[in-house]
Design a protein around this ligand. Structure first.
Ligand SMILES: C[S@@+](CC[C@H](N)C(=O)[O-])C[C@H]1O[C@@H](n2cnc3c(N)ncnc32)[C@H](O)[C@@H]1O
Length: 338
């Protein structure tokens, strides 16, 4: 039996929608694609991914029997949900995509006066298993890991696949394999994955800007090259009447004398129609020493549920949780080859 890592089972429909949406565009069709939600909790991640990959074969596993029961009742027979043993993870694979979101962590605790997260050996064992279960050319999506994926030996066989539409890989504390504390995650206002910052801890100099960017890792090998993505714009119908427009700026509150921090400065302008939002998002990452390590701007036309997520992000509200019907409608409109 695998060790239980994250004990909190919090999840919801539409969580990480942006990241799944970007993932969807790496596959020209979802026919024959197999996906594992590792740590599926009560099934909302499976339900959400199904909307974008309606023809894929979807699996979910979790350590917790109560969550598994809830997941089975939520997803019915469109996904195979099983208890997370090493044998079962391997026997249902190999997979084209593995989602490992908010699993590779432990709530930070104090042990002998020192902050601690996940046990490095447990983290390594699970990452080994996921690596063994992924097809060559497959994609591993990791959000919220206590330890950056690049520190695992398997990472040398992966390349990161970046997109300016990705909001970010984590808002939790990070450590290295020697349990040294790299940074403390500090969530921001509204949509935390969008507006997080991190405070420097004992080994913050060992952090890399990529630790705050990389979400998708592509395993080497495989016959299919990644499709070229047209300037990271989500295709949909652009000419609808606007009913609202706005701008939002995010700047973290920095108290004088506080520990060094890395954070993002974000400026968003948006125009909403009945069902889409056109967003221009400028993001600058300020590093611990005050230097700028990335600075870019991207525009996107975002349909349905993703538009809802962006509106939540820019208004700082997370009240409009999205219905399954909206998800399905968004999937039809945003999937390139359905
Ligand atoms: C916060 S939930 C994440 C749910 C979903 N992936 C998401 O991102 O919304 C974390 C889940 O990971 C599960 N988990 C922890 N250790 C696990 C393991 N070794 N194998 C499978 N699931 C595990 C927990 O039981 C919990 O349901």
């Amino acid at each position: 039996m695998l060790a239980q890592l994250q004990t909190n089972n919090g999840t919801f429909i539409g969580r990480y929608w942006n990241e799944y949406n970007v993932l969807r565009r790496y596959f020209s069709s979802d026919w024959g694609v197999s996906i594992l939600s590792f740590g599926c909790s009560t099934g909302e991640e499976i339900r959400t991914v199904k909307a974008l990959f309606p023809k894929a074969t979807i699996f979910g596993c979790d350590h917790d029997w109560h969550d598994l029961r809830a997941a089975r009742s939520l997803v019915g027979d469109f996904a195979n949900v099983f208890h997370s043993t090493e044998a079962d993870v391997l026997s249902h694979g190999p997979y084209d995509i593995i989602l490992c979101n908010s699993v590779l962590l432990r709530p930070t605790s104090m042990i002998n006066g020192k902050k601690c997260g996940i046990a490095p050996e447990q983290w390594s064992d699970i990452v080994d298993l996921l690596n063994s279960s992924l097809k060559p050319g497959g994609i591993l999506q990791i959000i919220n890991s206590n330890i950056p994926f690049r520190l695992h030996p398997a990472a040398s066989s992966y390349e990161s696949v970046r997109s300016p539409l990705l909001l970010g890989p984590n808002f939790v504390d990070m450590f290295d394999l020697e349990r040294r504390h790299l940074c403390s995650g500090v969530t921001g206002a509204g949509m935390s994955a969008h507006c997080f910052r991190h405070l420097g801890e004992e080994s913050w100099r060992d952090l890399r800007p990529s630790d705050f960017d990389d979400v998708h890792f592509r395993k080497s090998g495989g016959a299919q090259p990644l499709p070229l993505i047209d300037n990271e714009k989500i295709p949909n119908v652009p000419d609808r009447p606007a009913y609202a427009t706005g701008t939002t700026t995010y700047r973290p509150v920095m108290t004088p004398g506080s520990r060094p921090s890395t954070y993002q400065e974000i400026d968003v302008t948006w125009t909403a129609s009945a069902s889409d939002v056109y967003v221009t998002r400028a993001v600058k990452r300020v590093w611990f020493d005050g230097s700028t390590v990335s600075d870019w701007q991207t525009s996107a036309c975002i349909p349905g549920i993703a538009a809802g997520s962006f509106l939540e992000a820019v208004t700082g509200r997370a009240s409009s949780r999205i219905s399954i019907a909206t998800l399905a409608e968004a999937a039809l409109r945003s999937s390139p080859s359905i």
